[in-house]
Design a protein around this ligand. Structure first.
Ligand SMILES: [Zn+2]
Ligand SMILES: [Zn+2]
Length: 342
């Protein structure tokens, strides 16, 4: 069978590997149908992820058809459509015992620490597989994972319909947060430095857009009488200056959620946090969000298709990567189609 393999940084190939077999009686074998390329796959390609051991099969956003089930599998049967949670946790550490397995001390992520789903068949434990209605297209089914990231970050921030939500960054993650926040009824303001990305955000449903190259948050609030500050802010960029710029624009009791992974320090003004009793929280991967997101998609509360900018056959993965590198403004979510035979 075929697999996409990052052999070493900057070297990605489609190659023949041994046919995947069921790895445990608790596993199901999935014929992968579609996958989404994510920022962390790009870090894997560029060699900028501290977690990857090469060679690695990338891909943590994927969905497929169940073709075989192990003897101990109870709730999934051959023919089911499933979307896969990429998180692998130990079940025994403090976080796991408190139900927060997404920040397990021994966390592993499929497609990062261990091989992921960008191959024709993959064996996955039943508990990581989430059934999705067969009338949902594969390119949507594979996007459940990025929408769980949005759901996690908004639940960390305690979203409600009265929130004035500010999202820094109108890339794929920013737009999944935007769509999810709009489905909750909140007012959403989103910023970026790319007008093309802001145009897409507007089309997806943003109430206001800010180009941070020419408008500060203070200036935006000054110009808009209806907005006197933000109650919930999410940093989907991860630059150290972002949280510094957000704090003065937060209203009392506001919540700030960080999704970035940069090591560079930020200069926070303590008084902004204390005098307004702001909550600053991190959000990583997702915890028990797959069934919630699948419900929303099946009910049509938001349409993940809106974030798809391009679709490639998986054999053309290198073309897809080059597009993401060379024309980032034109890209949002890029999908790999695994349905055709290589
Ligand atoms: Zn992702
Ligand atoms: Zn654990």
């Amino acid at each position: 069978m075929k697999a996409i393999l990052i052999k070493e940084p900057h070297k990605i190939v489609v190659t023949d590997i041994e046919m995947e077999q069921l790895k445990s009686e608790k596993d199901v074998l999935i014929k992968v149908k579609a996958g989404g390329i994510c920022g962390s796959d790009m870090h894997g390609y560029h060699g900028t992820s501290p977690f990857i051991n090469y060679p690695v099969v990338p891909g943590h956003e994927f969905a497929g058809l169940v073709t075989e089930v192990g003897e101990a599998v109870k709730n999934i049967k051959v023919g089911d459509h499933v979307s896969v949670d990429p998180v692998i946790s130990c079940g025994e550490c403090y976080a796991c015992k408190n139900g927060r397995y997404n920040v397990c001390s021994d966390l592993k992520v499929r497609g990062v620490h261990v091989d992921g789903g960008f191959k024709e068949y993959v064996s996955i434990p039943e508990k990581a597989c989430h059934k999705i209605n067969e009338n949902i297209p594969w390119e949507v089914a594979c996007l459940v994972e990025p929408f769980t990231i949005a759901s996690q970050s908004l639940s960390r921030g305690g979203i409600n319909k009265n929130d004035i939500v500010y999202i820094a960054g109108a890339g794929a993650i920013g737009l999944t947060i935007l769509l999810t926040a709009k489905s909750e009824g909140a007012t959403v303001i989103i910023s970026d430095i790319s007008d093309a990305k802001l145009e897409r955000a507007k089309a997806v449903g943003a109430d206001y857009t800010i180009n941070s190259l020419n408008t500060s948050l203070e200036a935006f609030i000054e110009e808009h009488e209806a907005i006197d500050g933000f109650t919930l802010a999410l940093d989907a960029v991860g630059h150290p200056s972002i949280i510094e710029s957000i704090l003065p624009s937060m209203l009392p009791t506001g919540r700030v959620v960080l999704l970035g992974f940069l090591k560079a320090p930020s200069n926070l003004i303590q008084m902004e946090v204390t005098k307004k009793e702001l909550d600053i929280k991190g959000s990583r991967l997702s915890c028990n969000k797959f069934s919630i997101v699948i419900d929303c998609i099946e009910q049509g509360l938001f349409n993940p298709k809106k974030i798809i900018s391009h679709t490639f056959e998986y054999t053309k993965v290198e073309e897809a990567i080059n597009l993401l590198i060379n024309r980032p403004d034109e890209c949002c979510k890029v999908i790999l189609n695994f349905e055709t035979e290589a």
